[in-house]
Design a protein around this ligand. Structure first.
Ligand code: SAH
Length: 500
């Protein structure tokens, strides 16, 4: 048996992209992941499918797993030979009890390492437009816990803190904030000192509340600031109005459901998140190549009958490539043929295999691809989804073009979490649903059932075919100007700005 190990990983403050590269790599290699409440769902999404997860998070309504039990779980799992990742919000050693956990492991003789994380003490302030130090305002930074033991007063030396004249960042200080403010004022801090609270820092739901120290308790109560939040006190807070870049992102506050298959969701979800949207990624369909694929194998034996290979999606390209490789063939086998792609993403998928598309229609949909191919002349081998839309085949047939239509992959419907999604739709939880193909519309409907409530949500569709499918199911839609992820993103921005 190989010896197990515990890697203590800082998951960052919330924005999943603030997880370090080293932390991500450790996570991807984990057998067991033990995580806390403050670890963001998008980071948890990166846990490999085969890994076991243990939630030891503390939630007000549930009893937390006591610290000594967490220590035991970590040691036991490692002693069983597992590669254990202990994921903690922010940095594990900044009020994260990381030190205590490692002490226990050290005593038990368990191998361990630690990967620091981006602490909320700095990052939540930064996303709130507050640089924690600045030559004009503060030359020191102090991170303080605002948590008092049950029934005990805060044990903070306020005089000492006031004397530092540095930036003060209080964690776990939402409940104690009025007492902290009173303590600072009593210790002689000027009531006009700029102060702020940043709630859910670095997350799409981030809120900031800024005020002079003496009026912060009232202002924060009016805003309803809740945990997790930072309290920041010091001159640097005055910069927030000018530097709050996060609040100015174009899709800030928008909640978007992305239904792309998991392997293709990356670029769209990443772009939308970068623009400030809160993205829920729910791949309602997954694509699976049809392997073995006798129909494709038979045509690959003799491609001389064809002049064109036509692809209508990156998934089709990948499935075809896998099929080709499984027969021991490579790109040279395709040399005499010309290649057609429905749009830029499909063309990119081809060039990923060293193949350049000879034809991409002006309007990126099946009907226009069919017309363009018919105009070019020659027999077409169409390689696409089992349940592909009829547009291209109809166009080819209408123009008298000869073709064979071979399914090389199929889409499989994902029903996990569908009840929850139905409820969230009813509650108006999503401003937009992004649809990138007619099959994602069908997949969503298959998972949710025909009576799902779309009255409070707008479908953003990549093209007319997708929009047609959505309309058929009673989903209100808007259509992107071009069939590309960029155009879909632009549509979301225009709608957010009230431009459409
Ligand atoms: N180890 C963590 C801190 C754990 S203590 C870190 O380095 O970030 C928990 C406290 O951290 C919360 O009470 C809150 O004060 C702060 N916190 C954590 N995540 C936060 C976030 N996204 N926004 C604001 N404060 C956060």
């Amino acid at each position: 048996m190989t010896a197990g190990r515990v890697t203590l990983v800082g998951a960052g403050p919330g924005d999943p992209e603030l997880l370090t590269i080293k932390g991500l790599r450790a996570l991807e290699q984990a057998d067991v992941v033990v995580y806390d409440r403050l670890v963001s769902p998008a980071v948890l999404e990166r846990i490999p499918a085969g890994a076991r997860t243990i939630d030891v998070g503390k939630e007000a309504s549930r009893h937390p797993v006591p610290q000594h039990r967490i220590n035991q779980i970590l040691a036991e799992e490692a002693q069983k030979g597992h590669n254990v990742v202990r994921l903690k919000g922010g940095d594990p050693f900044v009020f994260g009890r990381g030190g205590e956990e490692l002490e226990h492991l050290a005593r038990q003789g368990v191998d361990f390492r630690e990967i620091p994380g981006v602490t909320s003490a700095i990052a939540a302030a930064a996303y709130g437009g507050i640089p924690v130090t600045h030559r004009d305002y503060a030359s020191s930074l102090h991170i303080i816990t605002g948590h008092a033991r049950e029934g005990e007063p805060l044990r903070i030396d306020f005089e000492a803190l006031v004397r530092t004249r540095g930036t003060l960042v209080f964690l776990m200080g939402v409940t104690a904030m009025p007492a902290i403010v009173a303590g600072l004022l009593a210790a002689g801090m000027d009531g006009a000192t700029p102060a702020a609270m940043v709630e859910n820092g670095t997350l799409p739901g981030q809120r900031r509340c800024a005020a002079a120290l003496e009026s912060l308790p009232e202002r924060a109560a009016a805003t309803g600031i809740r945990s997790p939040a930072l309290l920041v006190v010091g001159g640097v807070c005055a910069l927030a109005e000018e530097l709050c870049w996060f609040d100015r992102l174009p899709l800030r506050g928008k909640r978007i459901l992305v239904t792309r298959p998991r392997d293709r969701a990356g670029t769209l979800t990443g772009r939308l998140r970068e623009l400030g949207a809160e993205v829920t990624s729910w791949p309602c369909v997954e694509t699976a190549p049809i392997l073995p694929c006798p129909a494709m194998e038979a045509t690959l034996e003799d491609l001389s009958a064809y002049q064109w290979l036509a692809f209508t999606s990156p998934a089709g390209v990948d499935a075809f490539w896998q099929g080709l490789r499984s027969l021991g063939r490579d790109a040279r086998h395709l040399a005499p043929l010309r290649l057609a792609a429905v749009g830029p993403a499909t063309a990119r998928a081809l060039s990923g295999h060293g193949l350049e598309a000879d034809l991409v229609p002006e309007r990126c949909d099946g009907a226009h691809l069919g017309e363009a191919l018919a105009a070019a002349g020659g027999r077409v081998l169409l390689l696409r989804a089992e349940e592909g839309a009829p547009g291209i085949a109809e166009a080819l047939a209408r123009h008298g073009a000869a073709f064979d239509d071979i399914p090389v992959y199929r889409t499989v419907c994902n029903t996990a979490r569908s009840q929850e999604l139905r409820r969230e739709l009813e509650e108006g939880r999503f401003d937009f649903i992004a649809f990138t193909s007619a099959s994602t519309v069908r997949g969503l409907m298959a998972a949710l059932g025909p009576d799902a409530d779309f009255s409070r949500t707008l479908g953003l569709c990549i093209g007319e075919q997708t929009a047609g499918e959505a309309r058929r199911h009673g989903i209100p839609v808007r259509v992107a100007e071009r069939a590309s992820m960029d155009a879909l993103t632009e549509l979301a921005i225009n709608l957010t700005n009230g431009g459409i």
